[in-house]
Design a protein around this ligand. Structure first.
Ligand code: ZN
Length: 297
């Protein structure tokens, strides 16, 4: 049976974004609910409980705490239960410093639903952190509707949190697939090639261009497989499979350190942790999921 991730890591949060129920009155009511929950972040790192789960506290606990814009940030409703996120300022006593952990480090151990909630919060905080001023007139903006978007009072422009589309492709030649590695990656780590989609370009065109730029080969038969929200900081990874008959690679060393063909048997062994041809991409990446999908076919 063809393998499909369910849910895709970082997707599948059981949250109603409640885009039409975010007035000041709604917000007040949500904050007063006994079952309201808030996840805590600092410098893009989620606070984790000692048992390894995502820490959740009642928003009341934040009283008197310095938090970053936007606050409160309503991630959504789970049934009736509101789920907020707060990004703490420096030197807070609310949570021990060591409870804030790098998301890439803890992602592999997090439950799918917690991963999706934390990913949504991380992307939103990063966007707000870099968009505190209006890009049209330069004045300070404020968050509207509990963080749904940002509004400039001076020129009346609304700014919506941005998602950047990226193509990530598994390039196949017969029973081999092409993987590459970027400078600075852990030794032996290889993954699928990827690149940002440029304005005026389709997903398929971006796949052809990026492949040509990075490894000098032409690909055809681009097929969309599945996508993933990626909160580092806020990409939509569009997972593709494409084909080529060319085997000679011209690696663009400005973008990649190396690229290499791996046979299905080699990849299978690595994915099953029985081979060491390369270090497999972590489970929470779409590259890992694309490889699993390919092996299942
Ligand atoms: Zn403005």
């Amino acid at each position: 049976m063809t393998y499909l991730p369910s849910p895709m890591p970082f997707a599948g949060a059981e949250l109603d974004y409640a885009e039409d129920r975010r007035s000041m009155e709604d917000l007040k009511a949500y904050l007063n609910r006994k079952d309201a929950k808030a996840v805590l972040f600092k410098d893009g790192k989620p606070a984790m409980s000692e048992d390894g789960s995502l820490m959740m506290v009642h928003p009341d606990k934040l009283n008197g705490t310095n938090v970053n814009h936007p606050a409160p940030l309503l991630l959504g409703l789970r049934g009736e239960m509101p789920v907020f996120a707060f990004s703490l300022h420096d030197s807070q006593k609310l949570v021990d410093e060591e409870r804030f952990q790098e998301m890439r480090v803890v992602a592999g151990r997090m439950k799918p639903d917690e991963l999706a909630i934390a990913g949504r919060a991380r992307s939103l905080f990063q966007w707000y952190h870099h968009h505190q001023f209006c890009s049209a007139c330069g004045k300070k903006t404020r968050a509207a509707y509990a963080g749904m978007y940002s509004h400039c009072e001076a020129c009346k422009t609304d700014h919506f949190p941005r998602v950047n589309p990226v193509v990530i492709m598994l390039i196949l030649r017969g029973d081999k697939c092409l993987l590459g590695r970027s400078p600075g990656w852990p030794e032996g780590a290889f993954s699928a090639l990827a690149g940002f989609i440029s304005p005026g370009e389709s997903m398929e065109e971006a796949c052809l261009r990026e492949t040509k730029e990075e490894v000098g080969i032409n690909v055809t038969d681009v097929q969309y497989v599945f996508s993933q929200p990626w909160p580092f900081p806020s990409q939509l990874m569009m997972g593709l499979i494409c084909h080529t008959k060319e085997d000679k690679l011209t690696v663009n060393t400005k973008e990649l350190e190396a690229a290499q063909w791996f046979s299905k048997d080699e990849v299978q062994a690595v994915m099953n942790k029985q081979g060491d041809s390369f270090m497999r991409p972590p489970k929470f990446t779409i590259a890992h999921q694309l490889l699993r999908h390919w092996l299942s076919q």
